[in-house]
Design a binder for this molecule. Structure first.
Ligand code: ADP
Ligand code: ASP
Ligand code: MG
Length: 471
């Protein structure tokens, strides 16, 4: 029989203060008694990744580094405040030195970026990776201070990725081999590895990152390749909730959610787990749970293949993404042109833009889809280039982008079987005078997305949430 193996992941707030880290350490100690093979993945301390990247981007933009020393000092003092509270002197000193070294690397990288006046995705990944490289060293020492045989490990040794910096894709076969040779021996020796979330490396060893919020994905990748029986994501809320509690105070924790629902929810903006986390877990048949570091007794949310009868009625949860714009390609002459959609999405894809929402009028006179607002400046020229001939011939009248809009997504396995859900949603929005600009059913028919004006987003989410509350 396989040794019971559990991967747990702590988010930034779960390790962001001395109090939080104390809780994280006690969770680790507690779980290690029950799970002989325990792998810990951690994010950078809350706010650190933003700060690191912000300095790098400012340096690239303005060539200035005046604020760099202040940033270095603040980042040091954030880590130091935890070290001072949690570590005895003999453990404090070595970890302080390591953090100082990582921060001087940060300073050198940002100075180089300022000189070049450009921050390449590769350079940004080198900078962004430092947050996790610091937090793992700190958390490992805090565990050792409590008598645990913990060891900081950089995932650059374990997670092998392609060269897509800032959004790297793991090579599962290569990663499995590394996990066997580098991680299993630590576990066999009774150690608790404390592994950097968010980062990996190309086969040649150049640091990459898996995308913002990617530490959840790191945990799933390690869980799938070990393999572990379970992956538990520790965050700052009691689990996956019916809506973002910051937007809807009445939101409640879901005891169960299906893999499909969680995928859709995460993809459409619920920050609680990274959208890529779900797939490796399903494929490797691994149990997934979302739990609260600050309330570890709470059972949290269990992610399941099929939900029990009691939890599978109607709408399950609602989420939203802002900062999107709708792009429309209009033209009566489009009816006759073959492959317009394929060419349009090919042009969009060539800019590296993802398209979360697509609708097409049945008359084929227009295609409409949403893209992140910041990509419009690349996408419109790409489309104009792809359809230069059709625009010149007036087969396509115009290609244009709307103001910023929001996509509100309603998720629920039971929606298919529950008659009248769409009607209820529309009347709830109608009562609030919210106009729906476009709708689309999610690919897996457990979700429905609605485009609303940005200004209506919050009231739309709350209006739909009232339908969940009534249930
Ligand atoms: P971590 O640092 O632990 O990765 P994140 O901030 O990335 O934490 O994700 C947790 C946050 O996700 C919560 O504090 C909450 O505000 C937000 N959130 C958004 N939608 C949901 C939801 N449906 N359920 C739970 N939390 C959600
Ligand atoms: N620290 C990284 C970020 O802020 C990864 C994570 O927190 O999951 O994006
Ligand atoms: Mg997160």
């Amino acid at each position: 029989m396989q040794t019971p193996t559990l991967v747990i992941k702590f988010g930034g707030t779960s390790v962001g203060t001395a109090d939080a880290m104390t809780r994280a350490v006690s969770i680790i100690a507690d779980l290690h008694r029950k799970w002989p093979w325990l792998v810990v993945v951690t994010s950078a301390l809350a706010g650190v990744t933003d700060r690191l990247l912000n300095e790098a981007l400012q340096a690239a933009k303005h060539g200035r580094t005046e604020a760099l020393e202040a940033a270095e000092a603040e980042l040091f003092s954030h880590h130091h405040s935890i070290i001072a509270e949690l570590l005895p002197n003999e453990l404090a000193w070595p970890v302080e030195q390591e953090i100082k070294e990582l921060l001087s690397l940060f300073v050198s990288l940002v100075r180089a970026i300022a000189v070049l006046g450009e921050a390449t995705p590769r350079a940004l990944d080198a900078v962004a990776s430092l947050g996790e490289r610091m937090s793992t060293r700190l958390l490992a020492s805090a565990c050792r201070a409590q008598g645990l045989a913990a060891e900081a490990v950089d995932a650059t040794q374990l997670i092998v990725t392609d060269h897509r910096f800032q959004n790297a894709h793991p090579d599962f076969d290569a990663t499995t081999k590394r996990v066997r040779t580098h991680l299993r021996p630590l576990l066999e020796a009774g150690r608790v590895p404390i592994i950097t979330g968010f980062i990996g490396a190309t086969p040649e060893g150049i640091t990459t990152t898996l995308g913002r919020g990617g530490s959840d994905y790191s945990a799933a990748i390690l869980g799938a390749t070990l393999p572990a029986q379970e992956v538990w994501i520790y965050t700052d809320v009691d689990g996956v909730m019916t809506a973002d509690p910051r937007l809807v105070p009445q939101a409640r924790t879901l005891a169960e959610i299906s893999y499909r629902e969680l995928s859709e929810l995460a993809y459409y903006g619920a920050k609680v787990v990274h959208p890529k986390t779900v797939r490796p877990a399903i494929e490797a048949g691994i149990g997934l749970r979302i739990l609260n570091t600050f309330n570890p007794q709470h059972p949290g949310t269990r992610v399941v293949r099929e939900k029990g009868e009691a939890n599978s009625q109607g709408i399950g949860a609602v989420t939203a993404i802002r900062k999107q714009r709708l792009v429309t390609i209009d033209g009566r002459g489009m009816i006759g042109i073959p492959g317009v959609a394929a060419r349009a999405f090919g042009a969009v894809a060539s800019t590296g833009t993802s398209v979360p929402f697509i609708t097409q009028a049945s008359s084929e006179q227009s295609i409409c889809f949403s893209i992140p607002a910041e990509n419009v400046e690349h996408v419109l020229p790409a489309l104009e280039h792809a359809f230069a001939l059709e625009l010149a011939n007036r087969d396509i009248d115009r290609i244009w982008a709307s103001e910023e809009i929001a996509i509100v997504t309603v998720v629920g396995d039971g929606m298919r079987e529950t008659p009248g859900v769409a009607g209820k949603i529309f009347s709830a929005l109608g009562q609030e005078n919210i106009n729906v600009w476009a709708i689309a059913h999610g690919s897996s028919d457990v979700s429905m997305s609605l485009v609303v004006a940005l200004a209506d987003m919050e009231s739309a989410v709350r209006a739909i949430h009232r339908l969940i509350e009534e249930h």
